[in-house]
Design a protein around this ligand. Structure first.
Ligand code: SAH
Length: 189
């Protein structure tokens, strides 16, 4: 039995990554931030796999580089200083999993945050790139103004995705205070 599985959005997102990713897969971290997810994904896909990580902030690349270079995975992890809305320009392989951890860097510049428009563009690119049985996971922080707009835009978009092509799930923590992050999971059938 698993104790206390439904603790928070990030832990559930990580568990989905573990279930979906095998050695040799390609995964995308659409919002590198401090590189925690990039590192986690790199451990799951291993040396025969590939991770593409995106961020518009140079600081994110610097912090992630330091984290990744310690475990020697730089050979198969690509750190890209560009917006995730351009991910198709860098990726030619079929992708098993894309994770968006939205919002702003917790200890960084809070004025630099993901935005509804570019997140939606990035999500559309991600959906084009994933293979059958692949997933796109979004951790959505709605407790700030842009985050709340982002949540509305994403919810409007996902409810119109064809159920023939996608399994679409929304998971929110209904009784928690202070607008905890929610999860959107889109699985290609
Ligand atoms: N809220 C998360 C961290 C999110 S970090 C937490 O609490 O852990 C989000 C990252 O997305 C930031 O580093 C930011 O620079 C990056 N970002 C913002 N817009 C982006 C875009 N269009 N493409 C790629 N990364 C982006």
């Amino acid at each position: 039995m698993i104790n206390n599985y439904f603790t928070n959005a990030v832990n559930i997102a990580k568990d989905i990554c573990k279930r979906k990713l095998d050695n040799g897969d390609t995964a995308v971290d659409a919002t590198m931030g401090n590189g925690n997810d990039t590192l986690f994904l790199s451990e799951l896909v291993g040396y025969s796999g590939r991770v593409y990580a995106f961020d518009i902030q140079q600081t994110a690349l610097k912090n992630t580089y330091e984290k990744i270079s310690k475990n020697g995975s730089l050979e198969y992890v690509k750190l890209i200083n560009d917006s995730h809305e351009n991910m198709d320009m860098y990726i030619n392989d079929k992708v098993k999993l894309v994770v968006f951890n939205l919002g702003y860097l917790p200890k960084g510049d809070h004025s630099i945050t993901t935005t509804a428009d570019t997140t939606l563009l990035g999500l559309k690119k991600a959906l084009d790139l994933i293979e059958a049985n692949g997933v796109v996971i979004l951790v959505v922080y709605c407790g700030h103004e842009e985050g709340s707009r982002e949540k509305n835009v994403l919810e409007d978009y996902i409810k119109n995705l064809s159920q023939i092509t996608y399994n679409v799930v929304k998971l929110c923590f209904a009784n928690q205070v202070n607008s905890p992050p929610m999860l959107i999971i889109i699985e290609k059938r």
